[in-house]
Write a protein that binds this ligand. Structure first.
Ligand code: NAP
Length: 436
């Protein structure tokens, strides 16, 4: 008998969980990494910004995990559509949901349904060529763009809007996005934070990068910063990040045509416009201690930020899966600290802890889930495993793809790349399937 594990989601969390299971059980385990797309790597492919290629090098590690004996990629198979959780639990000794958090958290303000208002999952998916979002209608004909949120995703979106086509063309940004950005009229990008610079969740490198863009100039209001002496209370990373932001105040603009404006202490209250977004209404805030620490409280003072595009970079939610306990409040599956959902059913990555941390944060997650499996006595019990899944999919006419199929897609993407770019992403699933 051989132990069999199904990991649903071929992103970082899924691969680190597979790596941990390989380390734990070696040749004695069969692992199927199941993904709804024929392409692996999740947010490394569709989330990490295209101009951060060095971060994407981690896929070499995931490739090695996938090529280890006993581990398969089962692409083009969607949990809840092609196979259910109950069926996977019947086929495998353990099932891990590493499905991430692909849905945008709603902003929930009047006008957020106007054309021109998008969530970051959609906008990032658009420029990264995710098949779900490649067709997004992004209108960059207005001078202003407002980005809500003070996290790294907000910075990624600002950078992509602010960079020149030359800066972006040697990345793997999707061709449709590059063409739209080449025609962009956006000149004023606003990054809206409901709290202050000390509370921003940008990391140092990402904040600092905005000071070195070819055609864009970062703007801060010195009055938004607390006295410099108060930076001493911040942890070293946060202090460096705030030092970068403070430094923007002294940067000469030169002849840079684009501004990236940090609008701290501004809470979005409405999007207005005739049939499409034309302005974001924000309310000035001040900090007040509340049950969850320092919160933003509105002062009643309103401002309008002219913009034709509003991108909400305010966090994500996991998609519900039939048959799996889900918490609307958490926006994900309730688990214990080690990722247990139910007997033999676990979660890792954003599906376990919510959309936080870096790619590397998913590694300990994967290892803790496998430690929990060991503690729970997960062992080979004679279940059908991968052969059982193949048989089930065959009865349903579902054509799964494998890692070799992904390698064929990848070869076609590399062959089709613009000069100097690593690849041109294929955004059409039917084309991916034909290649795979
Ligand atoms: P994040 O860091 O959690 O930031 C979310 C931001 O949205 C916060 O500033 C939050 O403000 C704000 N927000 C939430 N709800 C809001 C609302 N209703 N109105 C206004 N503002 C609201 O999340 P993220 O930027 O989506 O990033 C997700 C994770 O991926 C993070 O761990 C991030 O570091 C990581 N990431 C890393 C990189 C990188 O390393 N290069 C790149 C992209 C993403 P409050 O703080 O006031 O709640």
């Amino acid at each position: 008998m051989t132990l069999s594990i199904a990991i649903v989601g071929a992103g970082p969390a899924g691969y680190y969980t597979a790596e941990a299971a390989q380390k734990q059980w070696g040749d004695a385990v069969r692992i199927d990494i199941i993904d709804r797309l024929p392409t692996p790597y999740g947010l490394i492919r569709a989330g990490v910004a295209p101009d951060h290629q060095s971060i994407k090098a981690v896929t070499k590690r995931y490739e090695a995990t996938n090529l280890a004996p006993g581990t398969r990629l089962v692409g083009n198979v969607m949990l809840g559509r092609d196979v259910s959780v109950e069926e996977l639990l019947g086929l495998y000794d353990a099932v891990v949901l590493s499905v991430g958090a692909p849905l945008d958290k709603p902003i929930g303000i009047p006008g957020d349904d106007l054309p021109g208002v998008v969530g970051s999952a959609a906008f990032v998916g658009w420029y990264n060529g995710h098949p779900d979002h490649a067709g997004l209608n992004v209108d960059l004909s207005h001078h202003g763009a407002a980005i809500i949120g003070n996290g790294n995703v907000a910075i990624d979106c600002a950078r992509v809007l602010a960079k020149t086509v030359d800066e972006l063309s040697q990345t793997d940004i999707a061709d449709h996005a590059l063409k739209t950005l080449a025609e962009s009229s956006v000149r004023d990008v606003h990054i809206i934070g409901r709290r202050g610079p000390h509370q921003a969740s940008f990391t140092t490198k990402e904040a600092g990068e905005l000071g070195h863009l070819v055609r864009a100039h970062p703007v801060v209001r010195p009055g938004d910063f607390p006295p410099e002496a108060e930076d001493a209370a911040l942890d070293p990373g946060q202090r460096k990040m705030v030092t970068h932001l403070r430094g923007f105040a002294g940067l000469p603009r030169g002849d840079k045509p684009v501004t990236i404006n940090f609008e701290f202490f501004r809470r979005p209250v409405a999007v207005e416009g005739h049939g499409k977004a034309e302005r974001l209404i924000v309310e000035t805030t001040r900090l007040e201690n509340g049950p969850n620490g320092l919160g933003a409280v509105g002062t009643g003072e309103l401002h309008a930020i002219p913009c034709g595009l509003v991108i909400a970079c305010i966090g994500y939610r996991t998609a519900e899966i039939p048959g799996v306990n889900w918490s609307d409040k958490l926006g994900r599956f309730p688990t214990d600290d080690a990722g247990r959902i139910a007997p033999a059913l676990y979660a890792s990555g954003w599906a376990r802890r919510g959309p936080s941390g870096t790619i590397g944060t998913n590694r300990p997650d994967g290892f803790s889930v496998v430690a929990a499996m060991v503690e729970d006595g997960i062992a080979a019990s004679g279940k059908a495993g991968p052969a059982g899944l193949d048989a089930l999919l065959a009865t349903r006419g579902v054509k799964a793809t494998d890692f070799a199929g992904w390698q064929r897609i990848e070869a076609a993407e590399v062959a089709g790349a613009r000069a100097g770019a690593p690849r041109e992403k294929i955004v059409d699933v039917a084309r991916m399937l034909a290649l795979a």
